[in-house]
Design a protein around this ligand. Structure first.
Ligand code: ADP
Ligand code: ADP
Length: 235
């Protein structure tokens, strides 16, 4: 199976007396190195799906395998360990620490890897600020950066831990169109260079055009699979 494997996955949320079926019987296999868009209108289940792939939540029914590991029945500690070693996150609101500089933001998740010495960590941070084209802005705080630059910091932070999978929830939603396209091109370049798997959600049809494959979801179900690069998706 691929780096992400979902088999007959459902996710319900209980709200008082009501049950919301956010995902219904999703089966999906994503190969390592994929550049995949999850498309669908607001409320269709995109974030729920990313949360399952990101080991932030567990399914109500069905099987989720991330990098070959079954996530059901695991303790939160166990899941966060798996997450730290496997997954990088990019959010639509960037989620940077406002009081930390760009380089401190990128360094932050690396602090949990005890095997990285201080000097190695610094080198890693500089390497990723360079990859996203922000070396000159290392000492800037988020409020001294443009939206596109903030999202680049977030991407550097997500990549610096060498994740197998980067999950991006509407990464272009708060950017103008040209800046959003630049961010996607940056992610695509990294995908080509390092074979990092990228999975991003979007409801912007213009954003979907750059993806290798697009999965369309509606009301918690996959309604269409656009496979433009055969090797990166089965099923
Ligand atoms: P999208 O990301 O496509 O906007 P979501 O995955 O956020 O969709 O939501 C799918 C459905 O699940 C929606 O009906 C939403 O209201 C519901 N939902 C999402 N998160 C929760 C939650 N924590 N509690 C209850 N219902 C939720
Ligand atoms: P490590 O645990 O040392 O990062 P990996 O197996 O993750 O080992 O990667 C081996 C090498 O491949 C890394 O040292 C790095 O040079 C390169 N590499 C892996 N993933 C990435 C990535 N996402 N970005 C840049 N380089 C990467």
């Amino acid at each position: 199976t691929g780096i992400v494997h979902l088999e007959n996955v459902s996710k319900d949320y209980i709200l008082g007396e009501q049950k919301v079926q956010a995902l219904k019987d999703i089966t999906l296999d994503i190969a390592s190195g994929a550049f995949l868009a999850i498309a669908g209108p607001s409320g269709s289940g995109k974030s729920t799906l990313l949360n399952l792939i990101g080991c932030i939540d567990t399914p109500t029914a069905g099987k989720v395998l991330i990098n070959g590991q079954d996530i059901s029945g695991r303790t939160p500690d166990d899941l966060s360990g798996l997450r730290a070693r496997t997954i990088g996150f990019v959010f639509q609101t960037f989620n940077l620490f406002p009081v930390l500089s760009a380089e401190e933001n990128v360094e932050y998740p690396l602090l949990q890897f005890r095997e990285l010495k201080t000097a190695e960590r610094r080198i890693r941070v500089a390497e990723y600020l360079d990859i996203v084209g922000l070396s000159r802005f290392a000492r800037h705080r988020p409020n001294q950066l443009s939206g596109g630059q903030r999202q680049r910091v977030a991407i550097a932070r997500a990549l610096a831990t060498h994740p197998k999978i980067v999950l991006a929830d509407e990464p272009t939603a708060n950017l103008d169109h040209a800046t959003g396209e630049g961010i996607l091109e940056l992610m695509k370049n990294i995908n080509d260079k390092f074979e990092t798997t990228f999975i991003f959600s979007t409801h912007d049809s213009r954003v979907m055009a750059i993806a290798d494959n697009v999965i369309h979801i509606q009301d918690g179900q996959i309604v269409q699979r656009e496979i433009r690069k055969e090797k990166s998706m089965h099923v």
